[in-house]
Design a protein around this ligand. Structure first.
Ligand code: PGA
Length: 257
């Protein structure tokens, strides 16, 4: 990433941390990263719904942002088990993550649904983190570029140019995520991030499109973080397992800075 640009570091704690675990994690992370220049870096944590309020309450400044792992596209209704934008607003959510690979591939969400969520999230003023990525099968068929374009074009359909300022993208190849994942090489990530940046410019025009941060995620760790972050079109890192301990997350952040 270019030196003068903001760098993004986030973690999604999936279904792993209780309220107490999250509070302890966020408090420690806040302390460890206290001296970092807030104009240059964005740090965010996306815990379970039940922990958002307590996490938000212990974060003293807006520097460390707190996100939600999913959201329904309606304010209220007959959607048992779902969470509404009003409920997320009420507990102080800054970011809504939409379309994480596990929601798409385990819970069967479609691009059309992600689009409805994106529009609703923007309408309610949240920073909206849309996750995209191809499966191994799609990669083997040589259609990764097409898949990413499709996920972006449908996922962001109807988003106003001025709202693009609150869009963040996470590129997470499905085959790179989790315990059996293999991190993308920096060459492969560079190629895919270039496709994403070009597609975003195509959708929003160069001025707005180029400003949208695109983070890389999928088996980011202490060994590959610095190298991946040097790729021109990678604006930040979205990390799972390797960031779930605050000391390790802080170490990764420092290794990049
Ligand atoms: P991982 O998870 O870093 O553990 O591969 C990434 C993610 O699911 O966002």
């Amino acid at each position: 990433m270019p030196v003068n640009k903001k760098i993004y570091f986030g973690t999604n704690t999936k279904m792993y941390k209780t309220i107490d675990d999250t509070v302890e994690f966020v408090a420690e992370l806040q302390k460890l990263t206290d001296d970092i220049d807030k104009d240059k870096v964005e740090i965010f944590v996306i815990p379970s719904f039940t922990a958002i309020k307590d996490a938000r309450n212990i974060v003293k400044c807006k520097f460390l942002k707190i996100g939600a792992q999913n959201m329904n596209w309606e304010e209220q209704g007959q959607y048992t088990g779902e969470i509404s934008p009003l409920m997320l607003r009420e507990v102080g959510t800054d970011i809504v993550m939409i379309g994480h690979s596990e929601r798409r591939h385990i819970l069967g969400e479609t691009d059309v649904e992600e689009n409805k969520k994106v529009l609703c999230s923007l309408e309610h003023g949240f920073i909206t983190l849309l996750c995209i990525g191809e499966t191994m099968e799609q990669k083997q068929y040589g259609v990764s570029d097409e898949i990413l374009r499709l996920q972006l074009k449908i996922g962001l359909y109807g988003v106003k140019h001025e709202d693009s300022e609150r869009i963040w993208i996470a590129y997470e190849p499905v085959w790179a995520i989790g315990e059996n994942g293999v991190p993308a090489t920096k060459e492969y990530a560079a190629k895919m991030h270039d496709v994403i940046k070009k597609t975003l410019s195509g959708i929003f025009g160069d001025v707005h499109g180029r400003k949208i941060p695109v983070l890389y995620g999928g088996s980011v760790n202490m060994q590959n973080a610095s190298e991946l972050s040097k790729v021109r079109d990678i604006d930040g890192l979205f990390i799972g397992r390797s960031a779930w301990n605050a000391k390790d997350f802080n170490k990764i952040i420092r290794s990049v800075l």
